[in-house]
Design a binder for this molecule. Structure first.
Ligand SMILES: Nc1ncnc2c1ncn2[C@@H]1O[C@H](COP(=O)(O)OP(=O)(O)O)[C@@H](O)[C@H]1O
Ligand SMILES: O=P(O)(O)O[C@H]1O[C@H](CO)[C@@H](O[C@H]2O[C@H](CO)[C@@H](O)[C@H](O)[C@H]2O)[C@H](O)[C@H]1O
Length: 544
């Protein structure tokens, strides 16, 4: 049955004599629109990331016209100010429609302008708006120097506009599929700079010919009043896929855990391997292959290969300073430690303030986390750049299984926006590529524990035994991944340091990631906090 569309309770229309083409120049309208209309509207939107804080007021930071011939839409850059003394910027494209059937979704305000009656709505709902953006990108001048800039990749050969639809996934941005072949992602949270997703997508696919990320096709950006390039939208190739690697891994792991009983595996007799030991498939004992199957290890090798190729492309630049690799230095060390200590203190605070919401194993692990705070803090402070010889590169920055699409036997890497909590400048700082590897290893650990927590009853085994089996398997996953990754990276002369340095960086970055995740989970899904807490414990325990 088709879902009933919810009709918003409507206030009386706003009345004015200004035509749509001049509406945003009308101070009286803008004042009412920002304070009486948008505060409420923005607060209810899925893409609005400020819900945990208290909105104070909204200002219009910039607006610009998105237009073609007589067709005019407005792009608004809203500055949301919070009681907690910070602000965020959001992009909202608006359209005026007089036909009620076009104003079913995301209706913002009923309005009467002279003799024109209708509604202001979020323009992404209008096919005519989506078509216009696509056509402007597809026909962009090679060097558009106007304030509102459309860009088309030299490698993209666009066809005429046929159709478009919402990607329809739970997203922090809004993605539209065009002609079943391209995706235009409208960024909602906006930063006063080029978005790293745009920069990295263009650099990897257009400049370096890296094939395992959607090809960059074009973009929309504006030069703001400070003459800074601000990315508004990114257009990429639509990659056919069977879902993301997170879902895929969960499915595979469920089969593997179910095999424990089905194949009568004696967990206590499973051969173990040390964390970070490099393993070719030949080195994985037959008992492990019997239990988990060969195919998962072949998939891990493929993922390691695609990850290494991404870092090889990112580490191969000599001209564009945004991408040229650097060495470790004192500035980086100070920057890193400040960040880590700030983040760690924030996590301690969140956990202390929310102990009442935790129970069972989570509560036990949270207590242990608080008891061991000095030990963990010391780990973050213990970073000495003079001992590190490897390179720092631009990296993915938020690399986890949910950012990877599965397509047949291959993988495609997406979403280079970086860690949602970091500032835009911090996201562009060059990092050891092992930071991404630590991210994906944490994701393997997550997947193992998520599988155990989701299906514990199906496996007919005590929790400790399942944890033991999971930890063993996780170490083989990491070992096989590392062997392929390191071999390829070294073959292409990317310096990630000798073994001691590599292991130090992996442990450092894994602890960093797990502590980061603890904040993410406590804020967005507290039931999952047990996974990073377990991760932090196992990283700290490893050295005891
Ligand atoms: N180019 C693409 N091809 C195929 N699917 C895509 C593409 N870009 C995004 N997706 C789908 O949309 C989801 C969200 O994309 P992502 O770039 O992570 O958006 P957000 O930044 O809003 O989280 C992805 O997990 C994937 O399923
Ligand atoms: O929304 P983003 O993709 O930018 O990433 C954020 O959300 C992720 C959760 O969707 C979070 O990832 C964490 O959970 C994943 C499983 O859902 C797991 O695979 C990751 O290892 C774990 O970090 C990510 O940290 C956060 O930035």
């Amino acid at each position: 049955m088709a879902k009933k569309t919810e009709t918003p309770v409507e206030s009386a229309p706003y009345k004015c004599d200004v035509p749509w083409e001049q509406l945003m120049d009308d101070a009286a309208f803008v004042k009412v629109f920002l304070s009486d209309v948008l505060q409420d509207y923005v607060n209810k939107q899925r893409w609005y990331g400020g819900k945990a804080s208290t909105m104070k007021y909204i200002e219009l930071q910039e607006y610009f016209r998105i237009q073609q011939r007589e067709e005019v839409y407005y792009g608004l850059l809203l500055e949301v100010n919070f009681e907690e003394a910070f602000y965020q910027h959001y992009f909202l494209p608006i359209a005026f429609v007089s036909d009620e059937s076009l104003a079913e979704k995301d209706r913002i305000l009923p309005i009467t302008m002279g003799d024109q009656q209708g509604w202001i709505i979020d323009a992404v709902n209008l096919e005519s708006f989506r078509r216009l953006v696509y056509e402007r990108i597809a026909s962009a001048e090679p060097n558009d120097t106007t304030r509102v800039r459309y860009h088309k990749s030299t490698l993209f050969e666009p066809g005429g506009y046929e159709d478009s639809k919402f990607m329809g996934l739970e997203q922090s941005n809004t993605s539209i599929i065009i002609n079943g072949k391209s995706v235009i992602k409208f960024f909602r949270r906006i930063y006063a700079d080029k978005n790293p997703d745009y920069e990295m997508s263009r650099f990897l696919s257009e400049r370096k010919g890296y094939k395992n990320t959607p090809a960059y096709q074009g973009s929309l950006s504006i030069k703001d009043t400070d003459n800074v390039d601000v990315t508004i939208a990114l257009m990429q190739e639509l990659v056919p896929n069977e879902g993301d690697a997170w879902e895929y891994t969960l499915k595979e792991l469920h089969k593997i855990f179910a095999n424990l009983e089905y194949k009568r595996i004696n967990i206590d007799r499973l051969p173990e391997t040390r964390l970070f030991t490099r393993l070719s498939i030949r080195d994985v004992p037959p008992e492990i292959i019997d239990w988990a199957g060969l195919s998962i290890f072949l998939k891990l090798q493929k993922l390691a290969q695609r990850t290494a190729e991404m870092h090889i492309a990112l580490g191969s630049e000599f001209e564009d300073t945004a991408f040229v690799p650097n060495h470790f230095n004192g500035d980086y060390e100070v920057w890193l430690k400040n960040r880590m200590l700030y983040m760690f203190q924030n996590r301690l605070n969140i956990v202390e303030n929310n102990m009442g919401r935790l129970k069972g194993l989570s509560l036990e692990l949270a207590r242990e986390f608080l008891e061991r705070k000095n030990e963990i803090r010391k780990r973050f402070v213990n970073f000495d750049w003079t001992k590190l010889k490897g390179e720092r590169l631009r990296v993915h920055g938020d690399y986890h299984l949910g950012q990877i699409l599965v397509n047949g036997d291959d993988f495609y890497i997406l979403d280079f926006e970086g860690e949602p909590e970091s500032t835009i400048r911090d996201r562009k700082v060059k990092q050891p590529p092992l930071k991404d590897i630590a991210g994906i290893f944490r994701s393997f650990h997550y997947a193992v524990y998520a599988t155990i927590f989701n299906h514990q009853k199906d496996y007919n085994k005590p929790l400790e035994k399942l944890f033991k089996a999971g930890e063993i398997l996780y170490r083989y996953f990491i070992g096989v991944f590392l062997e392929t990754y390191i071999e390829l990276i070294q073959k292409h002369n990317i310096n990630i340091g000798y073994s001691v340095e590599r292991i130090f960086l992996l442990k450092y970055c894994m602890l960093e990631k797990a502590v980061y995740e603890l904040g993410y989970e406590m804020n967005s899904r507290p039931d999952w906090a047990v996974i990073p807490l377990e991760g932090i414990r196992s990283i700290i325990e490893e050295d005891h």
